[in-house]
Design a protein around this ligand. Structure first.
Ligand code: FES
Length: 105
């Protein structure tokens, strides 16, 4: 089992087990402090918004246009490191990936 480091909305870092092959969203929505992911991964709600730690951003697959379009609508909280966690597959190569849960809204 690989691991992920997750910073919650209070700034507290948690180290969790993460199963390769799942979307990062599927891992995060199981946590009390995780994402709500209300569209279930259809890239239409943006409630799975996270920030990828700078050190990891270039190691992830590039965004597709539908993810970028939805991120473009998040004018208040969008950062260079923003991703929709339902569009990012967690792989064994991402062991120890660090992400931060974005603010609601
Ligand atoms: S879960 Fe809705 S956009 Fe990711």
């Amino acid at each position: 089992m690989a691991r992920m480091r997750v910073v919650d909305r209070d700034g507290k870092e948690h180290e969790i087990e993460a199963k390769p092959g799942l979307k990062v969203m599927e891992i995060l929505r199981e946590l009390d402090y995780g994402v709500s992911a209300i569209c279930g991964g259809l890239c239409s709600c943006a409630t799975c918004h996270i920030y990828i730690d700078e050190a990891w951003i270039d190691r992830l697959p590039k965004k597709q246009s539908d993810e970028q379009e939805l991120l473009n609508e998040l004018t208040d909280y969008r950062e260079k490191t923003s991703r929709l966690s339902c569009q990012v597959e967690f792989t064994a190569e991402l062991d120890n990936l660090k992400v931060t849960i974005a603010p609601d809204g």
